[in-house]
Unconditional design. Sequence first.
Length: 450
Amino acid sequence: MTPSEPKQELNRTLGPLMLWGLGVGYVISGMYFGWNLGLEKGGTLGLAVATGFIILMYLTFTFSYTELACAIPKAGGAFDYAIRALGKDWGFLGGMAQNIEFIFAPPAIAFAIGAYLNIFMPAVPIIAIAVLAYVIFTALNIYGVQAAASFELAITIIAVIGLIVFAGAALPDFQWKNLEHNALPNGWTGAFAALPFAIWFFLAIEGVANVAEETINPQRNVLIGFGSAILTLVALCLLTFIASIGVGGWETIVFPAPGGAPSDSPLPLAMAQTVGQGHLLYKAVAFIGLFGLVASFHGIILAAGRATFEFGRVGFAPAFFGKVQPKFKTPANALLANMGIGIVALLTGKTAEIITIACFGALTLYIISMISLLVLRKKEPGLERPFRVPLYPWFPIIALAIAGIAFLAITVYNLSLAFIYFSILAVAYVWFKLFYKESPQEELALETSE
């Protein structure tokens, strides 16, 4: 960076409430759609066991990740932690895994938004709605993080209220026998097959760390916002899981009709079992579900922009991605590039496969992040850590072990998608080794992180 070039910094405008809204908003769509597909694989018991282990992983991971986010409050998140602990090669791989997760999750959600709105606007193609959603929410993120986070907070609160209203309507008809009915249809192997859908309950919660550089007093507020977000999500996950299945058994929230294709709308199907499709509560829950989809779609776009921005800022991607928009002080170039990739992914129509690839990226990120935490504790014992993960080293070790097992299980059950995922990483890594050169921007970024 020359003296005449503007310093590529992001504005600090976010407080703990905004961070809670972002953390919950990133993943709340997972309560409204997608998770029920794991019931087809594992049944109630299989998905419950998978979800139990995934909850344990996310609880231990979140508080471990918070230590890293508070000690190194940079927009790159896992990328910054890995490069500091393990070097630039592992930093690159961790950053690529993070980019894959954050860039590939939104297209699946955008398609769901398009499919939902297509019910009310059948003359408009699903793809057209999804692409328009990309343009609108990318523009909102370019306009400013404060406006983006305020919007995220508002729609997240509505989505949370929707889940509470749903549970209040469904629980009076809850029967324990519905949880026990055909609870393990494919044996215990079904629990492993259900893991991606259990992860979908919480996928992208770690995106809170990517706005640490835009957070007021990050050493305090990241802990409050991140911690309260994961606890809120665990409570909503358990409430939604029990209320949905308890009204009629798992088959009723997977298959709209016997022998039909699986549905991505478990909550409306559950409401149909209790109050019928014509009831106001049925329509209200179905409508509010759209807010959950938009909250996650918009929030992950925000996190993805910061991750790609940091990759460019330190020279691990073309410098174009690491530029801040002069007027709005937001990573506009990174946001636009991610939108382009997302729209291309949308046009493939492979939403389930896109979700699974995003899960591969997430688990890789979790594994590398937990190793980074363990290494940094030994490598830099004097690093200022405003928050220290409780029960160290057990929390990061537990998160690392569960993430590793989940990664192996998903690989076994999705060999072709694993091949695609590893191919993306391999091609990117070869490019990195052939064309990456040390740059003044990288040296400056590494110096300021220390």
